[in-house]
Design a protein around this ligand. Structure first.
Ligand SMILES: *Cc1c(COP(=O)(O)O)cnc(C)c1O
Length: 429
C-alpha cells in the first residue's frame, strides 16, 4: 500500500468510527458484522455520539453569532431529531409529516419553522393548529394560504420572507444571486412582498430567510452568503420600521464525499464571523434578532453508514462487479442519481478490512444500470456474504431514495448510543 496522504475513507473512519484488531469496522463501539447479523441487511446505522459531535462543533464555531437548528429532511427519523433536540436544536421542517416527526421527537412547536416552496392548505392547518413557531413564505399564493389558515384557527402566525437574492449578490465568493428560482420571493420584489405581508392582520412579519445552496465546503462562500443575508435583513427592517426578530441564514454546510473534497474549515468560519457579529451589533434594527442556521447534511451525514451484503462477485470482460443487496432504492445519492451532474463515488469500504484493494464496481439488486453504489471503489477480494459499508450516509439517504422502486422491503435503521443499538425503524416499515 502507498504511504501517500490517506484516502477519504481512511480519514473519515479515523474521525468517526474505528476498526478493531482484526480489521472489522465499528460504529459507536459496536462491530458492524454483529449489527448486520442482528438486524439484517441492507441496514442504516447511525452513531448518536457522532451526531452530537457534529452539532457541538458547529455550535461552538458559530457561538455568539447564530443558534443551530436541524433541517429535518436530511434525516427525519424521530430518534435522530431527538438527539439534536437534546443538544438544544430547534427544527426546520418542510411538510406536515415532518412537523409531526419533530413534535414526536420532543421539539416544542414554537421551536419549529416551516420552509418549502409548496405548502398545502392541509399542511398549513396542521402546523398552525399545532402552534408552529414560524412559517417562511415563498410565494404570493402561499402568503394568502397562511393568512387563511391563521384566520381559520383564530390566531396570528409569525412569518419570515424567503428571498431569492438578486444579481448584486453575485460578487466575490458568493456566486448565488440573480438566478431564476422556484424558492422564495425574488429580491426585486422585496418591497411588494413586505407590503403584502404587512396588509395581513393575521400575519406578523418577523424576519428573513435566505438559503443559497447546499454542500458549501468553503468558509468564505458561506460567510459571503450570510453577510448578504444580513444586508437583506436590514432592508426588511427598514421597510417594516420594526427591529427584526429572526434572521434565518439556511443550511448548506457541506461534508466531503469524494476524494479531493475539502473539509469545511470551522476555524476559518469562526474567524470570519467577527465582522458579521459587528454588523449585527451596530444596527439597532438587527441587534436583537435571533440568527438561525439550519443545516441538515453537516449535522447528520458523517455519523451514518449504509451496510449491504455481497450477493455475488462477477467478472465480466475484465471488470469486477460486486453485487450487493443494497442499492439506489435506499441510497439514491450514493448512486449519483440525486441531482449530481458528475457521478463520483461515495467512500465505500469493506466492513472487514482485508488487504489488497483494487477498483471494482459495486452494484445493487435493481434491474437498471443506474443501480450502482460505486464505479471504481478500491475494495479487497470479496465473496458472497461479505459486507460493504457506504460512509457519509446519515443525511439524504433512505428518505431521499425511491424506496418503492422494485418493491424491496424498507431497510432497518439502527441508532447506536452508549454501546447499545436500538432499532429506530424496523425492516419493512
Ligand atoms: C434542505 C434545506 C436545508 C438543509 O440543507 P443542508 O444542505 O442539508 O444543510 C435547510 N433549509 C432549507 C430551507 C432547506 O430546504
Amino acid at each position: 500500500m502507498s504511504q501517500a496522504a490517506p484516502d477519504l475513507a481512511t480519514t473519515l473512519i479515523a474521525e468517526n468510527f474505528s476498526r478493531d484488531a482484526t480489521g472489522v469496522l465499528h460504529v459507536g463501539g459496536l462491530p458492524l458484522t454483529d449489527l448486520a447479523r442482528s438486524y439484517g441487511t441492507p441496514l442504516f446505522v447511525y452513531d448518536a455520539d457522532g451526531l452530537r459531535r457534529a452539532y457541538r462543533a458547529l455550535r461552538a464555531a458559530v457561538a455568539g453569532f447564530a443558534e443551530v437548528d436541524y433541517s429535518v429532511k436530511a434525516n427525519p427519523n424521530p430518534a435522530v431529531i431527538h438527539v439534536f433536540h437534546e443538544e438544544g436544536a430547534g427544527a426546520e421542517i418542510a411538510s406536515g409529516a415532518e412537523f409531526d416527526a419533530a413534535v414526536r421527537a420532543g421539539v416544542p412547536p414554537q421551536r419549529i419553522l416551516f420552509a418549502g416552496p409548496g405548502k398545502s392548505a392541509a399542511d398549513l392547518d396542521r402546523v398552525v393548529g399545532g402552534g408552529i413557531g414560524e412559517i417562511h413564505l415563498e410565494n404570493r399564493e402561499e402568503l394568502f394560504r397562511v393568512a387563511a389558515a391563521a384566520e381559520r384557527h383564530g390566531t396570528t402566525v409569525r412569518v419570515a420572507l424567503r428571498i431569492n437574492p438578486g444579481a448584486t449578490a453575485q460578487g466575490g465568493a458568493m456566486r448565488m444571486g440573480g438566478k431564476p428560482s422556484p424558492f422564495g420571493f425574488d429580491e426585486e420584489e422585496l418591497s411588494e412582498a413586505v407590503a403584502a405581508v404587512e396588509r395581513q392582520p393575521r400575519l406578523h412579519l418577523v424576519g428573513l430567510h435566505l438559503f443559497a445552496g447546499t454542500q458549501g465546503l468553503k468558509a468564505d462562500t458561506l460567510l459571503g452568503q450570510w453577510a448578504y443575508g444580513l444586508e437583506l435583513a436590514a432592508q426588511i427592517a427598514k421597510k417594516t420600521g420594526r427591529p427584526l426578530e429572526t434572521i434565518d441564514l439556511g443550511g448548506g454546510l457541506g461534508i466531503p464525499y469524494f476524494s479531493g473534497d475539502a473539509t469545511l474549515d470551522l476555524g476559518a468560519l469562526r474567524d470570519g464571523l467577527l465582522p458579521l457579529i459587528e454588523t449585527l451589533r451596530r444596527n439597532p434594527m438587527l441587534a436583537g434578532a435571533r440568527v438561525v442556521l439550519e443545516p441538515g447534511r453537516y449535522l447528520a451525514g458523517p455519523a451514518g453508514v449504509y451496510v449491504a451484503r455481497v450477493l455475488a462477485v462477477k467478472h465480466s470482460r475484465g471488470s469486477r462487479f460486486v453485487i450487493t443487496d443494497g442499492g439506489m432504492h435506499h441510497h439514491l445519492a450514493a448512486s449519483g442519481n440525486l441531482g449530481q451532474i458528475v457521478k463520483r463515488d461515495f467512500p465505500v469500504v469493506a466492513v472487514s478490512d482485508l488487504d489488497g484493494a483494487t477498483p471494482c464496481t459495486v452494484s445493487g439488486p435493481l434491474c437498471t444500470p443506474l443501480d450502482v453504489l460505486a464505479r471504481a471503489a478500491p475494495l479487497p477480494e470479496l465473496s458472497e456474504g461479505d459486507l460493504v459499508a457506504v460512509l457519509q450516509s446519515g443525511a439524504y439517504g433512505l428518505t431521499a431514495s425511491p424506496t418503492g422502486f422494485l418493491s424491496h422491503p424498507m431497510p432497518a435503521e439502527v441508532l447506536v448510543e452508549g454501546g447499545r443499538a436500538a432499532v429506530i425503524r424496523a425492516r419493512g416499515d
